[in-house]
Write a protein that binds this ligand. Sequence first.
Ligand code: TRP
Length: 329
Amino acid sequence: MKTVVSGIRPTGQLHLGNYFGALKNFVKMQHDARCYFFIADYHSLTTHPDPEHLHGNVQNALAEYLAAGLDPEVATIYVQSDLPQTAELSLLLSMHAYIGELERTASFKEKVRKHPENVNAGLLCYPVLMASDILIHRADFVPVGKDQEQHLEMTRKFARRFNTIYGVDYFPESMPYNFGQELTKVPGLDGSGKMGKSEGNGIYLADTDEVIRKKVMKAVTDQGPTEPNQPMAEPIANIFTIMKIVSPEDTYRFFLDKYNACEIRYGDMKKQLAEDIIKVVTPIRDRIAEIKSRQGYLHEVVTAGAERARLSADETMRAVREIMGIKPF
Ligand code: TRP
């Protein structure tokens, strides 16, 4: 069975786009591979989160992913900092990571541009830490979005370099996980692009019914079609796409027919869409709240997860230390 590693940023802000996109695929993937999912709290420290909030963020992320269907009986789910072997591997791999290549990383350059007041070494070494998350379990595959492709390429480079320098064939070249089907892309409510691309265009799983209604009613529309079967402008097509994902087929058909007959009333359509989104979100939101209220359960999940993750991490660290010449007396 192939091994898959995936890191989750502890923002605790899943939106419908994540839910119907990557997450649906994660839930399926956990049955097809040996999966390690972890909350990347070390990584989040690069931007100095308030210590008062960090733990809550980790907890939110964990509860959201569990509520969405990640199963701790099937996959190994842990918190990154509960597996300090990752930090040790990161230190060792950093000895063969060159400052120049780290400085040229797109994500680093962007952070430097946006936050010139906070260019710390953790940020520079972000790709080394991420490579360590992946290589600590010698992962065959990593599900990555566009924004993480370069990091995964660097992971392969570090793995190859390690193998070459020490004349071993130890680390695999971790490849992007291919879901084998098109990722469902959920568009945003602000007229263009996908959900989550910009502020205020997304519906979050944590949003209340009222917030959901407000956001949907504010979605961008146009004057309406003036002749039958007129092609749709992007904002309208987006609303139909969201409706196709969350609403029953006949509801979607009903409004599509209205549009094609030039009888569409966007107000009615948005009201219906909001209620259908609420129907999808309510059970997940309830599950998130229920999971968060069971502190004992969360504790059990991450304790068991870290224990399982440690088995594979210890094995890797024993080998890496040996290969690099760090030997027990
Ligand atoms: N960098 C990833 C992100 O921003 C999170 C992450 C950290 C990760 N370590 C990882 C993803 C290892 C996959 C594998 O989304």
